[in-house]
Design a protein around this ligand. Structure first.
Ligand code: M6R
Length: 609
């Protein structure tokens, strides 16, 4: 996730901005840049890689001035490179931006027609040119920013300077966070509080659609129409570490709570509701390629493999293509039969997992086409695959994968919808219905997050269990596997995921009054079957924690604990039921006092075989 820092006041801006950006390093980034104003042309310095590379450039060619904006970029549109690093400039307008502009292609076409020339592959550069276009017409920096932002669709947090009006810095937000820090004779603006804590603890939180204008002495906030708004500052008492985690106790919890935003970002710009279709920007495969496929392999490790198991349901149901799923370390050594008209889908949060990378190379060497679903732009797997669907989860820092998993499910669903349409298996109307359901997902995830307190109470009751069993059927079976993996990883409690119907073939012998059994039982075609499996547990004195939708009073009376999620299309239900299993594992681990973000023996990215 990108970071923004801006400064206007009486001190040299560049050291303050660099210090702020360093405090945002934990968010992950692949390039960095800065722009200061010192009476002449904007002084822009940018570098690929870590902040140290930018600092080296600043040592030889300093950027002077008491106003400036800086940025650390986590690539979404365009690979990580100096040319794509922010700030972006159009004439005298210079912009840094977090978020994703959904209508950037349309805006770019209009701007190119008006004579603008672009030098990067980013959506951000469009904002600079759009403001410049308005500035040429109205000659007023503030008005130009507001007019431009009224045309932009998507999520943004921006900080902007203008060579012709150097005593003003403007910041605005919609859907991406932005906070203002109020100092003595100076103002700072940043995407996150830690960037400013060493300067001030007085913060003003901007809301969506607000535009803040700063001079060193004063600041005012308007809406996008220019109406002045009243804002109050708040004093922040967090420690620097708490601030990095956005006030959450752990990165894992922060990332669980980021899911509504991460899911929305992964859909952004890709859903074509009117046409009943899906647009996947880096899908370098023609409609003919997609229509001609007769088999899909899905390959991944760990949590990403669980996402693949759900993906098999999506692809077979919506696109009617046979799917074979493999764990990467198995695929690479089993001499698989990969035909030329097959597609191998690699799933990896990091894009660097050694086994998945080797499996990709194995599939390529056998002649099939490859596509990866990945969270890190330009990672090894993304670079080597023929096509990519990026999940826009933002950097995941907690070792236990949460938001990467649910965004992978959305990416797989988008792929299945696309293939369903291309192959004539899904009508435009059918796809419109699926998109309509998908659009409700972030809100429903928010509703499930509200159950956090009651899930913590359930965790208190069962935290001392020695083992846990997770049961699910159909597309909930992978969620049972994922629930067990999450619990194992961070609480070190032994747990197993099992297909509910398979329990009677062995694991039933484990059931007694000490074994909590988490049963995933949403209202769907197999509801009654899973309830029967659950009753087999109850009949043997087992403890049942049910995760369900609907309001079946019979169920409520039989179980020891019940977590009720909202109703949703059954295809998307695995995304919703993932949230309680993440929160349950998290709270059990916290109660047991383990190192939640960096559990023993585990690494975030497994780059060895
Ligand atoms: O980066 P990847 O998605 O390729 O990583 C795969 C696994 O190593 C990863 O999902 C691992 O299982 C996580 N720790 C799960 O929480």
């Amino acid at each position: 996730m990108c970071g923004i820092v801006g400064y206007i006041g009486g001190q040299e801006a560049s050291p303050i901005i660099i210090e702020g950006l360093r405090k945002l390093e934990y968010r992950g980034y692949d390039s960095a840049g800065i722009c200061t104003l010192n009476g002449g042309a904007p002084q822009i310095r940018r570098a690929e890689g870590k902040l140290i590379n930018l600092e080296k450039i600043l040592t030889t060619t300093p950027a002077l001035g008491t106003r400036g904006i800086g940025h650390t970029r986590w690539a979404t549109h365009g690979r990580p490179s100096e040319i794509n690093a922010h700030p972006h400039k159009a004439d005298g307008i210079v912009v840094v931006h977090n978020g994703i502009i959904e209508n950037y292609l349309k805006l770019k076409e209009q701007l190119v027609e008006a004579g603008h020339q672009f030098s990067s592959e980013t959506d951000t550069e469009i904002i600079a040119h759009l403001i410049d276009e308005h500035y040429r017409r109205c000659g007023d920096f503030e008005e130009a920013v507001r007019s431009a932002l009224r045309q932009v669709k998507g999520a943004y947090a921006v900080a902007i300077v203008c060579q012709q009006e150097p005593d003003k810095l403007i910041a605005a937000k919609f859907g991406s966070p932005l906070v203002v820090g109020q100092g003595q004779g100076e103002y700072l603006v940043a995407s996150d509080i830690p960037a400013m804590l060493s300067h001030t603890r007085e913060m003003i939180f901007l809301e969506d659609g607000e535009v803040a204008v700063f001079t060193p002495e004063k600041m005012w906030v308007t809406d996008l129409q220019g109406t002045l708004l009243e804002k109050q500052s708040k004093t922040i008492t967090w420690s620097p570490l708490m601030a990095e985690k956005g006030g959450f106790k752990h990165f894992m919890l922060k990332e669980i709570y980021e899911q509504p935003r991460a899911l929305a970002d992964t859909m952004a710009g890709r859903l074509q509701l009117d046409e009943g279709d899906v647009f996947l920007e880096d899908l370098n495969l023609t409609a003919e390629d997609l229509a001609g496929l007769d088999k899909i392999f899905v390959i991944a490790c760990g949590t990403s493999w669980h996402a693949g198991l759900v993906g098999k349901f999506y692809l077979e149901k919506l696109a009617r293509i046979p799917v074979e799923i493999d764990i990467a370390s198995e695929f690479r050594y089993r001499d698989p039969i990969v035909a030329a008209n097959s597609l191998t889908v690699l799933i990896s949060q990091s894009g660097e997992t050694a086994d998945t990378l080797a499996a990709l190379r194995e599939a390529k060497s056998k002649g099939g086409k490859t596509l990866c679903i990945c969270n890190v732009v330009d990672s090894s797997i993304a670079r080597e695959s023929d096509a990519v669907i990026y999940t826009h989860a933002g950097p995941e820092i907690g070792v236990a994968s949460t938001k990467a998993f649910t965004t992978q499910l959305v990416a797989l669903y988008l792929l299945a919808l696309k293939l369903g349409r291309v192959r004539g298996q899904l009508s435009a109307a059918g796809c419109q219905q699926k998109i309509t359901d998908l659009l409700t997902l972030p809100r429903k995830v928010e509703e499930v997050l509200e159950l956090d307190g009651s899930i913590e109470n359930i965790a208190k009751n069962y935290m001392n269990a020695r083992d846990f069993l997770y049961l699910g059927r159909g597309n909930q079976y992978p969620i049972a596997l994922e629930g067990a993996l999450k619990l194992k990883e961070i609480s070190y409690i032994h747990a197993e995921g099992y297909p509910a119907g398979e329990m009677k073939h062995g694991p039933i012998a484990l059931i007694d009054e000490n074994l909590p059994v988490v049963v995933l039982v949403p209202q769907n075609a197999t509801y009654d079957k899973v309830v029967s499996n659950m009753q087999e547990v109850c009949a043997r004195g087992g403890i049942v924690i049910a995760i369900t939708s609907g309001t079946d009073e019979r169920l409520r009376q039989q179980v020891s604990a019940l977590i009720q999620v909202p109703e949703l299309d059954d295809d998307l239900m695995p995304i919703l039921t993932s949230i309680p299993i993440q929160l349950l594992a998290y709270h059990v681990a916290v109660l047991k006092g383990t190192d939640v973000d960096q559990p023993r023996n585990l690494a975030k990215s497994v780059t060895v075989e």
